[in-house]
Design a protein around this ligand. Sequence first.
Ligand SMILES: Nc1nc2c(ncn2[C@@H]2O[C@H](COP(=O)(O)OP(=O)(O)O)[C@@H](O)[C@H]2O)c(=O)[nH]1
Ligand SMILES: [Mg+2]
Length: 269
Amino acid sequence: MHPSEIKKKINRFRILIIGRANAGKTTILKRVCNTNENPQIFNSAGKQIDAAILNASRERGEHDIENEMVFQNNSGFIFHDSRGFEAGGESEYDKVNTFIARRLKKTDIKDRIHAIWYCIPMDEESRSFTEAELRFFSRCDTGSIPVIVIFTKFDALYDDEFVRLTEEGKSRTDANALAPKRAEETFANGTQLKFLYHSKDIRRPPKCHVCLPDMDKDDADCGPLIKQTARTLDSEVLQQLFVSTQQTNLELCMEYAVERYLLIISFAC
Ligand SMILES: Nc1nc2c(ncn2[C@@H]2O[C@H](COP(=O)(O)OP(=O)(O)O)[C@@H](O)[C@H]2O)c(=O)[nH]1
Ligand SMILES: [Mg+2]
């Protein structure tokens, strides 16, 4: 089948977002879809679920990972939310694992998961990996689906560096200006990344990671996440679909369009 026909057949890009409650998952999805509206939720049969019914089941602690989250602003993305992927929650891990395994077996590419975003918040007291994270990155078979780790609320590390810099004698203004770069350097050389990519406990490391600060602010930039996700997709069709679905990074659309044009020219010559 020609790539344009496959693209027509898939037509929507499906992402699973995993992370504990309060990790900043919904905030990121809103940024990616460039909206402040809440998403609409559809069940696996494609029927929209009423907000009141959804709230009632949420209060009972029920959640169905099969439900599809769609933002009206950009219905080209379908999101599945793991919800409450907490430390030590074996049953939550099982649900996610089963969901991924089931979707990997789907013969129709439109029903498969095309990328996984795994959120690890940086504002928690203990910043070491939780049981749930260890379990996921050591055991979960994600097949060919690219997994991208998002270190969310990265601005929490700026606050730590700000305190350190003022203790070193810097003025508040200087400390404020220097903190982001210092935080990035400290993090790049820190134990978390070493552990994630090089520990023998992590048998299935992610494809890559991004650090996202200040996603709760109006001018938040989710560009690094969009770029890294596009790069990790090894199917040209999915890459094209993702790049054209996202509407926050026009530069990226141009970059991939030029790349494609050059490829076509090189075949034609
Ligand atoms: N400081 C900071 N707060 C954030 C960031 N992203 C989200 N938040 C806040 O964290 C809280 C939980 O976010 P939410 O997206 O609802 O988390 P979810 O439970 O994982 O969907 C909200 O109060 C957000 O405003 C961020 O990048 N930095
Ligand atoms: Mg949420």
